[in-house]
Ligand binder design. Structure first.
Ligand SMILES: [Zn+2]
Length: 658
């Protein structure tokens, strides 16, 4: 008789091993952190004597589930913003709130909540990516859950790092500290190709290789992402990341929704692990990952919940069922992804996708004791058929619920006994979560009251201009203007030609000002081609000082590069109405009486309003502004003398009144 710590007897054991062995009645012996043996009940009880013998009463004993992709601290953001497109959701809500609230304490609390939820639903390993990942790792270790923890690196300032260099350094130190931990596998997580630069991808891949740790990233999640990559780089996402050396690391690629056969082959050759996220892909309408093709190619495809803000739970039972259902629906074939294979994705294949298949994912001697008991006696999954091996998998995948999990052991240590959590205090955690939710609510309520604060919340550079001095004249014929510009007192510094496509957003409260999304297509008149396209966002405040003579004096303007699409801004700012204006613009930067002015000659194309001449100058000092207003007026008179027209209201006012 060998002495062990614990034996599980009288169980229905689904080992999920290479041959999908089942033992009924089966038993498992656990010694220290590992499984000593698994077999028929009579064999195990004959060979092993244990300090603690658990009579499983016919429950299913199986490997704990592997959540192959998540962002666990986002439990605290669950239900914050839903039914939005990925970019609006991420850039408009998640990232601004995260910049404001995410701290080591936030991350710890969110992780502990997630661990409680995951233990209850039979998850014994999760693969995470977030900020302050050190604190995710510590909280998971304290809760006793196994985790691959990826420190986020990206090109934007993050809650835990002002720059990418900072976050890369954090990732390095994090990996060094946690490299040999029994429960935690540290990793580096370049967020996604579209939130990283090529340099970041290369540097993170090198870091992952240096320490032989996983590299966790989001790849080919949306068609939009792939389309942008094709436009910018001329290749799809997988070849692009391969070019940056990413596939030389132990990659865990979340999503891979929009990958073709060649890309699947590339991922296969790189031994990349894939995390399929059915709920997230459905909820964000990202598309349907070619799961059957990836499995047929031999890829290790695991299943993940994704973050609880885009799911909105961490229930792997639901994910496994959805994975099976979706695979059947999209292939129009009910034999696709049978229950046994779906469950395999959430166990052994999932562990391999995380590059920890040697540690966990199946009930086999030598692997860590990451075990769960599932009660299959409740009404919704009774009765139990034993005729075929597949009956057991079908029962777990199609009928069982996460609440049927009664007992959880990770690394040989009990985390839940008879539905009682042993390492976490749910009540305390929930009370703290509700406190944070109140603060986030207040923050968003205040932000949503002002267009400017919503603009600021998007982050990125924002410059304010003020005391704008500008005058505008409607003219019938532009040719005298061109003649006037040749006068000696006017020195031309620079000339440009472009098409401007403006969309003005108006809000029901006019004091919010108006927001202009402008796309400039720069034209090379010699070659007759568009040489550059620039998109900018300008929040134009209401006129504060009216007119000085005939020239505007003061109006606040905030300018930011428009890094998102027009559709993004429309969905984010929810304007009350819109006006589109298209014009062909000739712009001169001139020097007149030692002051620089912009002279714009606009041909209004949409709506067709003819020609406008605009002269503008900017200054910060009011005293200066008066002088420049006089000059602007003088210049306008000079330029428009031949047209006989007078200074007019802004054409946008004319259009909006019409
Ligand atoms: Zn994700």
């Amino acid at each position: 008789m060998q002495k062990v710590d614990t034996t599980f007897t009288n169980a229905f054991v689904l080992t999920m091993d290479e041959t999908m062995t089942q033992f009924s009645p089966g038993a498992v012996a656990v010694k220290g952190d590992s499984i000593a043996a698994v077999g028929m009940d009579e064999d195990i009880t004959r060979e092993f004597i244990a300090d603690d013998t658990i009579d499983c009463g016919g429950k299913v004993l199986m490997p704990g589930l592997i959540n192959a992709h998540t962002h666990v601290p986002m439990t605290l953001l669950r239900g914050l913003a839903d039914d939005l497109r990925l970019d609006v959701w991420l850039m408009g809500y998640m990232m601004p709130v995260e910049r404001e609230f995410v701290s080591p304490e936030f991350v710890r609390l969110g992780t502990l909540l997630a661990c409680a939820e995951q233990i209850r639903s039979g998850v014994t390993t999760f693969n995470d990516m977030y900020y302050f990942e050190e604190h995710v790792a510590q909280a998971a270790a304290d809760a006793g859950v196994r985790a691959v923890c990826g420190q986020t690196v990206m090109k934007f300032p993050a809650p835990d790092a002002a720059s990418y260099e900072d976050s890369l350094q954090m990732a390095r130190e994090f990996i060094e500290r946690w490299k040999d931990h029994p429960l935690i596998v540290p990793a580096v997580a370049p967020h996604a190709p579209y939130t990283c630069t090529a340099e970041i991808l290369r540097a993170t891949a090198e870091l992952a290789r240096e320490f032989d740790v996983p590299l966790h990233t989001h790849l080919s999640e949306t068609a939009f992402e792939v389309e942008n990559m094709r436009n910018e780089q001329g290749i799809p996402v997988i070849p692009y990341v391969k070019k940056q050396g990413v596939l030389e690391a132990k990659v865990i690629a979340a999503h891979c929704v929009h990958v073709d056969t060649g890309e699947i082959r590339t991922l296969m050759h790189a031994h990349a692990g894939i995390a399929h996220n059915p709920s997230s892909n459905l909820k964000l309408a990202s598309g349907f990952a070619p799961v059957m093709k990836m499995l047929e190619a031999g890829l290790n495809v695991g299943i993940g919940t994704d973050g609880p803000a885009s799911n909105n739970d961490l229930d792997m039972f639901e994910e496994v069922r959805l994975a099976a259902f979706i695979a059947k629906a999209v292939t129009n074939d009910p034999t696709s992804l049978p229950a046994s294979q779906a469950l395999l994705m959430a166990t052994r294949l999932g562990a391999r996708a995380l590059h920890i298949g040697h540690l966990t994912g199946s009930v086999e001697a030598g692997k860590r004791a990451d075990l769960i008991l599932v009660d299959v006696s409740p009404l919704h999954n009774a009765p139990s058929f034993k005729r075929a091996a597949d009956n057991a998998y079908a029962q777990i995948v199609y009928a069982s619920k996460s609440t049927d999990v009664t007992d959880v052991m990770v690394n040989g240590k009990w985390l839940m006994r008879d539905r009682q959590l042993l390492t976490l205090q749910e009540d305390e955690l929930l009370a703290q979560a509700n406190e944070i939710a109140k603060k986030i609510d207040a923050f968003l309520i205040e932000r949503e009251q002002s267009v400017l604060s919503k603009l600021i919340a998007l982050g990125g550079s924002l410059e304010q201009e003020s005391f704008e001095v500008q005058g505008k004249v409607k003219i019938a014929d532009p040719s005298p203007i061109l003649q006037t510009l040749k006068r000696r007192e006017i020195e031309i510094v620079r000339k440009r030609h472009y098409h401007e496509h403006d969309v003005y957003f108006f809000f029901d409260d006019p004091s919010q000002g108006r927001l202009r999304y402008r796309e400039d297509d720069f034209i090379d008149d010699v070659k007759g081609i568009v040489t550059n396209v620039r998109a900018r966002l300008t929040l134009i405040g209401i006129k504060r000082e009216g007119k000085f003579e005939e020239v505007l004096l003061s109006r606040s303007r905030y300018i930011a590069p428009a890094s998102q699409s027009l559709r993004f801004y429309r969905e984010y700012f929810k304007p009350w109405s819109e006006i589109v204006i298209e014009k062909d613009r000739l712009r001169w930067l001139i020097n007149y009486k030692n002051t620089e002015f912009f002279v714009n000659l606009d041909q209004m194309k949409e709506p067709q309003l003819g020609y406008y001449l605009e002269v503008k100058s900017r200054t910060w000092s009011r005293k200066d502004a008066e002088y420049k207003a006089q000059l602007t007026n003088e210049l306008l008179n000079l330029l428009s003398a031949s047209s006989g027209e007078t200074v007019t209201e802004d054409y946008i006012d004319i259009v909006s009144e019409a």
